[in-house]
Ligand binder design. Structure first.
Ligand code: DC
Length: 224
């Protein structure tokens, strides 16, 4: 089978990481969750009392920040496993805040491009198809209604043992983050011209994975 790279973009909690992980298992590919990297920046800024608005201080901090995404899906920051901590709701908003800065983005984009310089990667985020992996063989733009995304995040928080707020509060945070991610000046979330849009509001995870695989299969045939 031919190896390709797959870019998955879309708003928060649309199922990008869950679907990417499952497709990776089927293809034996490596998943790179770029949102986790912005979350690490948000978390470290929060812990060090660095303002999310202070681009210079954030970039200075990044110079001494190691972020490692392991093949089994764990996230290490400066040698510490922060996989669960970075999923807290306040860190989600912090990640969205720090991600609007041009120089924070260029630092992380460079790291992401270095990680996926070969084939066999599925990378998910907001600017993968438009900036990071512009030449990915397959680009998927995953969407779902804010309500169904809020319900998924609510269930995920319970599963992870994170503090839980009500679904409407989560939906409001999701709308706020969508707005911020779509309207920022630098690499706003937008569907790449050559991306395939997939609305997962009424799809199960298995159905979504099946839909993605139906786009992957013709591309990985040896004679494709
Ligand atoms: O995918 P996520 O919800 O874990 O991402 C957290 C935040 O990081 C998101 O609100 C916007 C930002 N982000 C980004 O700007 N670019 C990416 N490629 C991935 C995430």
């Amino acid at each position: 089978m031919k190896k390709i790279n797959i870019a998955i973009d879309g708003p928060s909690a649309a199922g990008k990481s869950t679907i990417a992980k499952k497709v990776c298992e089927l293809l034996n590919y490596v998943h790179l969750d770029t949102g986790a990297m912005y979350r690490c920046v948000g978390l470290k800024a929060k812990l060090n009392n660095i303002s999310y608005e202070d681009e210079e201080a954030l970039c200075e901090m990044l110079k001494n920040t190691e972020i490692v995404l392991t093949p089994d899906g764990k996230i290490f920051m400066d040698g510490e496993d922060v996989s669960e901590e970075i999923r807290a709701d306040d860190v989600s908003l912090a990640a969205s805040d720090v991600s609007k800065h041009k120089n924070v983005r260029s630092d992380l984009v460079k790291r992401q491009q270095e990680m996926a310089k070969d084939k066999g990667f599925i990378m998910d985020g907001r600017d993968i198809g438009t900036v990071v992996l512009k030449d990915a063989e397959l680009k998927i733009y995953l969407t779902a209604s804010a309500e169904s995304r809020a319900l998924r995040r609510y269930k995920q928080n319970i599963e992870l043992g994170l503090p839980v707020t009500d679904v409407e509060t989560i939906a409001e945070e999701i709308r706020q983050r969508d707005y911020q991610d779509m309207h920022r000046e630098n690499s706003p979330l937008t569907k790449a011209e050559d991306a395939i849009e997939l609305d997962t509001s009424d799809l199960t995870i298995e159905e979504s994975v099946g839909a993605v695989m139906s786009y992957v299969e013709p591309l990985v045939q040896e004679d494709a």
